[in-house]
Design a protein around this ligand. Structure first.
Ligand SMILES: [Fe+2]
Ligand SMILES: [Fe+2]
Length: 300
């Protein structure tokens, strides 16, 4: 492995630089702050965020399946040994990110989509939509711009088993997704839960941690992924950080066992294209959510 490859796969700084993490975090913080303007904007932000993330687990499973399907692409051709198919070694490092998505061992074996729904129902309770279901239905209607980002997210996540370039690009997309999600959830916990100006929000959408360190309450969909570290006196990491570490290991193995048809240089071009595509999709997503919240605030 070249020095550049080592640097890329092992330094957080390099990935932060490629995805422009500082500007990205600012955008997420701004979205969270706008979400605090009213009960409706709080709901709209969390509804859209939960909705698109509801596809992440399936996207990860599809990508992992496509890596496994590409049976003759990733081979161990070490001298003196029969050629070994290494696809499943790489796929497993991707798949690990979606085990909890389907059945979270720490949270009663619930799928994360169910946890997100519990959180959202609690937010709806806070907003008083149980008395005004029409309002919730109205706010649940997503713009076509939002839905087109969701489509792009679904398309870009899975890769293709027939195309090594597309697979490596999707691996880059996955790395960015896990890396940035770790930051997103930490910021959301800090800005939306801790800094919500209305105490009633915290009263309805409870957030708690038991003595064994397990999360409870409707807000645990957020905190299990990442949380406000200062409040807990720790680094704020949740499962997204573990997923990111595994995603990097998948990329390292993919580079080690890549077929000759793709050079190391091309490998990194594809990986970086995936990272940038994720940033593009999610910056678009957050900007659209800002517009949607603005329209809600103006009563449109
Ligand atoms: Fe999740
Ligand atoms: Fe994840």
């Amino acid at each position: 492995m070249s020095v550049e490859a080592m640097e890329f796969l092992y330094t957080e700084d390099k990935i932060s630089e490629v995805v422009g993490v500082e500007g990205y975090e600012k955008l997420v913080r701004n979205v969270c702050q706008q979400a605090l303007k009213s009960v409706d904007t709080t709901y709209v932000f969390l509804e859209r965020y939960a909705y698109i993330n509801g596809y992440a687990g399936s996207g990860v499973a599809l990508l992992s399946g496509n890596i496994g399907y590409a049976r003759n692409l990733f081979l161990d051709v070490s001298e003196g040994l029969p050629c070994d198919d290494m696809g499943m070694h790489i796929a497993s490092r991707v798949f690990s990110a979606t085990v909890d998505e389907h059945t979270d061992r720490r949270l009663g074996h619930s799928p994360h989509r169910v946890l997100a729904k519990i959180m959202l129902d609690a937010v709806a309770g806070y907003a008083g939509y149980d008395q005004n279901i029409e309002q919730r239905n109205r706010l649940d209607k997503k713009s076509s711009a939002f839905l087109s980002v969701v489509d792009s997210f679904k398309r870009n996540y899975q890769g293709s088993s027939h195309d090594i370039g597309a697979l490596i690009q999707a691996l880059g997309y996955h790395i960015a997704s896990e890396f940035l999600a770790d930051k997103e959830y930490q910021i959301i916990d800090e800005e939306v839960w801790f800094r919500h100006p209305d105490e009633q929000f915290r009263h309805h959408v409870k957030r708690g941690k038991n003595r064994e360190g397990g999360w409870y309450g409707p807000w645990s969909w957020i905190t299990t992924h990442g949380h406000y570290g200062e409040a807990e006196n720790d680094d704020g990491h949740g499962v997204e950080h573990e997923h990111w570490v595994d995603a990097l290991e998948a990329a390292r193995l993919a580079l080690k066992y890549k077929p000759e048809i793709i050079s190391e240089k091309e490998f990194f071009v594809c990986l970086e294209r995936g990272l940038l595509r994720f940033r593009r999709d999610w910056k678009r997503l957050f900007n659209i959510v800002l517009e949607e919240m603005d329209a809600v605030a103006k009563g449109a």
